[in-house]
Design a binder for this molecule. Sequence first.
Ligand code: AVJ
Length: 329
Amino acid sequence: MNGQSEKIDTCRTDACLRLFADEVAAGLSAIPKELPCKYLYDGEGSRLFKEIMELWEYYPTGCETEILERHKADIAAAVDSRAFNVVELGAGDGTKTKILLRHFLDAGLLFHYVPIDISESALEGLKEDLRREFNGLAVQTLATDYFEGLRWLAQSMRRMNLILFLGSNIGNFAPSESRMFLSSLWNASNDGDLVLIGFDLKKDLGTILRAYNDQLGVTARFNVNILRRINDELGGEFDLAGFEYYSTYNPRSGAMESFLISRKRQTVYIDLCGRAFSFAKWEPIHTESSYKFDKGQLSGLAPEHGFEEVANFYDSRSYFADALWRVRK
Ligand code: AVJ
């Protein structure tokens, strides 16, 4: 990644910085403390997440790649429209999506690709990649969060949409947020649209725990990076060595829960928040939840939100699922 793309994810407008500062202040004043996981993905965070996707411990990427390779023709067959949009929420570096794009192009389907991602540097890299690999593919990128993305979708031309929400990005939502998200998704789409949603499934705990506690410590660095970002963009004074990454599975909620834990009693001033925040020794900041699902939950979610189940695709170990739903209005 070049120097320029490391800069472009930082907030460049006052409004963006203000929101970031306000959300950090709210999260660090809450009991228990938390930080919104969307702020993990600045240029450096997106680079570290790409590194995570290449770790042997982080199985979701390989599983979903296998699913898309195996079922790309089934997905293409479900699209019964001559011209459509492939809209992707949280596209990231698009490595897995390229499997579908390649197949659709080879099958002679007529479509535009609209990747939406909070990380502008990830999108820039993706656009560059696509220009090289998929000559002539119509691509329109949108650097924004999911909710802005859905607003775009609602206003987009009335073409059929295939909406991709891969990688178990949905796992970052608590159940109530997930319901809200699926309702917004339904509201923003048209009758007959298709959605393909990736869900990480419940499985033996060792496998799940290893995926978030890799030996090289990339996931730890990915989490600590949010404090570095607060230092750089908000004038924070975090001592990065003063916090330890900890991630564990909560069998009641069915989620991996990740934290940064203060190793000592400390007070940290953040300039743009205009105040300092105190941490007790061993006090946690919750940085991310990654919910795991079972097959029953998957089948319940579709009808509850106005979708019709078309198919569930699994990898050979049933570690991961891509659910294909049709919007019914
Ligand atoms: C991008 C949200 C799917 O929760 O598994 C990976 C992010 N965090 N390792 C996940 C993540 C730590 C990832 N998602």
